[in-house]
Design a protein around this ligand. Structure first.
Ligand code: ADP
Length: 306
C-alpha cells in the first residue's frame, strides 16, 4: 500500500448559515488535501500528522478523520492545548470573510510530541507533504526539529512535497516567509505553487517568473497552478502545459488548490502520467469549487473515484 503523510493543522470551522445560526465542521489545507486524495484513491494510505487536544471537539475531529478513512496514527493529543477555530461569514454581496482563533492551537506543538519511533515509521512513507501554512504555524523554537526531521525523511528516500500556500497574517514579515520558503524549496522533491501565492511573496505574475525563480533549486517536479489559466509542470527539466476547462458556476474556491494537490499526488503515487494527473486534479478541483465549504459532500466524488 502506498503511504502519504500530511503534516499540518486541522481546525474547527464555523460557517454562518443565517442570523444566530452556524454550521460546525472541520477543515485546514493539509487535512483537505488528505481527504480528497483518499476520496480519489481509496487504496492509498492517507495519513494526517497533527496535534489536537483532550477536549470533546478534538475527539469529534478524530472521529471525522476516521469517517473519511484518514489514518490517525500520527494524531497526537496535547495535554493542555486545544484545536484552532475559524469563522466564515458571507456578506450581502457574497464576499466571504474569515476570523481565526488559532494563535496557540495544539497543532503548533506537534514537533514537541514527536519521538524517534514516530520518525522511524515516517521513514517508510512514500511521500511527506507540508505547506506554507504548516510551516507558518510551527512554534519558532520547534522549527529546527522540523527541518531535521524532514531531512532525515528525505535521506531515507521519502519524497518531500511542498505547497507554498501563503497566508500573510500567519507570518511576522515577508522576509521571514522568504527565509523559511528557501529552506522548504531546498528540501523538496515536488513543489506545487499557485502563481497568486508567489505574487504576494515575490511579485511573480507569470508561469515564467515562478519557473525561473525555482530553477536554482533541486526540484524534480514543479507543478505551477494558476486558477483556470492552466497548469505548467516541469519534470526533470521537461515542460508540459495543460489547459484547464474554466468552471462557469464557481460557488466557493476554498480548497481548490488542496483538492488539486490530493488528486494530483494520488495519481502520481499510483503511476499515472503528469498529464493524466493534472487532468484528474483539475476535475477534482473543478468539482470542489461548485459547492460551498472546504469539504464538499462525498457523493460529489463518486465519478472521480479511481
Ligand atoms: P491555489 O489555491 O493552490 O492557489 P489555484 O487557485 O490555482 O490554486 O487553483 C487550483 C486548481 O483549481 C487549478 O489548477 C484548477 O485546476 C482549479 N481551478 C481554480 N479555479 C478554477 C476555475 N475558475 N475553473 C476551473 N478550474 C479552476
Amino acid at each position: 500500500m502506498k503511504n502519504i503523510y500530511f503534516f499540518g493543522e486541522c481546525m474547527i470551522e464555523l460557517r454562518s448559515i443565517e442570523e444566530s445560526l452556524m454550521r460546525q465542521s472541520f477543515a485546514g489545507d493539509v487535512y483537505n488535501a488528505a481527504v480528497y486524495l483518499k476520496r480519489c484513491f481509496p487504496a492509498i494510505n492517507s495519513s494526517i500528522v497533527t496535534s489536537v487536544g483532550q477536549d470533546n471537539l478534538s475527539d469529534k475531529m478524530i472521529g471525522v478523520f476516521a469517517e473519511e478513512e484518514i489514518d490517525t496514527e500520527f494524531v497526537f493529543k496535547h495535554d493542555t492545548k486545544i484545536p484552532g477555530m475559524y469563522l466564515v461569514e458571507t456578506d450581502d454581496v457574497g464576499e466571504r470573510s474569515f476570523t481565526y482563533w488559532r494563535s496557540d492551537a495544539a497543532a503548533r506543538y506537534t514537533m514537541e510530541l514527536f519521538n524517534d519511533d514516530a520518525i522511524a515509521k515516517l521513514k517508510c512513507a512514500d511521500m511527506f507533504f507540508f505547506s506554507g501554512i504548516s510551516l507558518a504555524i510551527i512554534k519558532s523554537e520547534l522549527r529546527d526539529s522540523f527541518w531535521q526531521m524532514v531531512w532525515q525523511l528525505k535521506d531515507a528516500g521519502v519524497q518531500i512535497v511542498f505547497d507554498p500556500n501563503y497566508r500573510a497574517r500567519l507570518w511576522a514579515s515577508v522576509d521571514e516567509t522568504k527565509l523559511l520558503y528557501d529552506l522548504a524549496l531546498q528540501v523538496s522533491d515536488i513543489v506545487l505553487p499557485g502563481i497568486e501565492d508567489f505574487n504576494s511573496i515575490y511579485g511573480h505574475t507569470s508561469f515564467d517568473h515562478v519557473k525561473t525563480f525555482c530553477k536554482p533549486y533541486n526540484i524534480k517536479e514543479l507543478v505551477i497552478k494558476d486558477g483556470p489559466n492552466g497548469v505548467l509542470v516541469i519534470y526533470d527539466g521537461e515542460e508540459t502545459f495543460i489547459d484547464i476547462l474554466p468552471v462557469e458556476n464557481v460557488v466557493d474556491t476554498n480548497s481548490a488548490g488542496d483538492s488539486f494537490n490530493g488528486a494530483y499526488l494520488g495519481s502520481r503515487l499510483t503511476g499515472r502520467s503528469i498529464t493524466d494527473a493534472v487532468q484528474l486534479a483539475a476535475k477534482a478541483a473543478g468539482t470542489v469549487i461548485q459547492y460551498p465549504g472546504a469539504i464538499i459532500p462525498k457523493e460529489a466524488f463518486d465519478s472521480i473515484r479511481q
